[in-house]
Write a protein that binds this ligand. Structure first.
Ligand SMILES: Nc1ncnc2c1ncn2[C@@H]1O[C@H](COP(=O)(O)OP(=O)(O)OP(=O)(O)O)[C@@H](O)[C@H]1O
Ligand SMILES: Nc1ncnc2c1ncn2[C@@H]1O[C@H](COP(=O)(O)OP(=O)(O)OP(=O)(O)O)[C@@H](O)[C@H]1O
Ligand SMILES: [Mg+2]
Ligand SMILES: [Mg+2]
Lengths: 256, 256
């Protein structure tokens, strides 16, 4: 595996799932074998590919709690070169069950360490909190991509997120880097947006991705058809933006 | 206290905080003494009134974990007839600390039971999860107001939320009712919105509030000035919508 990337931000509704589903789909489109991991009990990434969560027999929960292997949990997504480790409602109980287990933050890290799969990239969709599911993801990841809505409440939460990333780097995962900050649902007409962008640029400098994801209804419609946007409307502004994101991600990681 | 209302939905970014801050502000505007409780570790409701979270000495955390009283935790908001029990980053640790405590779901309920304050309404802003902070809020509340974005992922999570409400009603809080469903960030031009509205109407019938909150940038700008929208731009579409919401809420609760 070249890289494990967690898509994380405890602020809700900033486009974590939309980014995980569509970045993973375009990486696969560029021929990079990719595995998407749905670590959110809401299991939105799972349903973003039309997979009915009640039909999911084994999920992230089984990997974290029941020592299931990755091989027995993987499902196809309908996109070539892209598989998923799905979520289902069992994952809601994982938080409480993990609290009293030994080395509760490093369970996912150990599982990936022993995994010999042929995937180039593993993308992890995180829930909107800094709880044990997110901590497991940040501990297992090589880097974290931070989707950010250009609005006040989103900006407010960034320092808490970077605090947590620093703590994880010190204690649990010294190699954890910030992959970048991705501006999502961006509306160029709003003055609020450009003020936030200025703030973010000062803090994250060249870590801010050049690609900006515009607000585009096709991105919100695609999951209701159980498809990533590449299958739903590849010519839309939203699709083109995620295609550019995948390109920029590969370029930043040394692959033209 | 006439009523304790939890503003809850585990889906992130659906407008829970925006609804809590602005509904509470307009209830106060109509002369109803109101207390806002910020149960979210992100403490967005707290900063929505310009209160610096690092200056907050005592928060919801102290009430839940350190047996602090409500009286010693309350802060003014700058709005007449509206006080707040603020949040700060201590609340992040509350989830884990509560897991192994006796009757962990009913701590907030007990505190409100013994509270003799003169508030007419208590409004609780919940975090984007079905974890112990949200369970405490639902157990302490008389009813729950569900903000919902008219989009696929939001709709998907509703059955999980109603499951949880039913479980709480059976075991912990027999009187818990659904106050209503509130459509937020509604854009009449999108076909996606009208499809979701139809689905929601079938399920919740007359519990769907007539008042619909439109997408309006003034609502997103107001918190960056530390003000509820009533102080920031009372003539805006967003402000008028929340004013109508407060009126409809009072009407549904028998107060003209
Ligand atoms: N660029 C965009 N343009 C328009 N709609 C978008 C865009 N990105 C995401 N959305 C929609 O906004 C909502 C929130 O996005 P999404 O669910 O991906 O965020 P999230 O961070 O994963 O949320 P959560 O915190 O609940 O996990 C969804 O309904 C999604 O379809
Ligand atoms: N009607 C609206 N029009 C425009 N922007 C809105 C509206 N309601 C909320 N917002 C903005 O959308 C974002 C999400 O709203 P908000 O933070 O209130 O949701 P939330 O459900 O409390 O999120 P979380 O799940 O993180 O607690 C915020 O930046 C907010 O300012
Ligand atoms: Mg998500
Ligand atoms: Mg909120």
């Amino acid at each position: 595996v070249n890289k494990i990337v967690a898509i994380a931000n405890q602020k809700g509704g900033v486009g974590k799932t939309t980014t995980a589903v569509n970045l993973a789909s375009y990486l696969a489109h560029f021929g990079k074998e990719t595995l998407l991991v749905d670590m959110d009990p809401q299991s939105n990434s799972t349903s973003g590919f039309g997979i009915e969560k009640s039909s999911v027999k084994r999920s992230c929960y089984d990997i974290l709690i029941n020592n299931a292997t990755i091989e027995e949990t993987i499902l196809p997504t309908g996109v070539d070169w892209l598989d998923i480790i799905p979520a289902n409602r069992d994952l809601i109980g994982a938080e409480v069950e993990l609290v009293n287990t030994i080395s509760r933050e490093t369970r996912l890290k150990k599982i990936f360490k022993n995994f010999q799969g042929s995937y180039k990239y593993i993308i992890i969709d995180c829930p909107p909190s800094l709880s044990l599911l997110t901590l497991n993801s940040l501990t297992a990841a090589n880097s974290v991509l931070i989707p950010l809505q250009a609005e006040f409440y989103s900006l407010e939460g960034i320092s808490e997120l970077t605090n947590t990333i620093n703590l994880i780097r010190e204690d649990l995962n010294p190699g954890l880097e910030i992959e970048g900050v991705l501006l999502t649902m961006y509306d160029t007409r709003l003055t609020l947006s450009s003020q936030v962008v200025e703030e973010i640029g000062k803090f994250f400098k060249d870590k801010v991705y050049q690609t900006v994801i515009p607000r585009n209804v096709r991105l919100a419609e695609a999951p209701s058809f159980g498809k990533p946007v590449i299958f739903y409307d590849p010519e839309s502004k939203g699709a083109k933006a995620y295609q550019n994101l995948a390109r920029e991600f590969l370029k930043r990681n040394g692959i033209e």
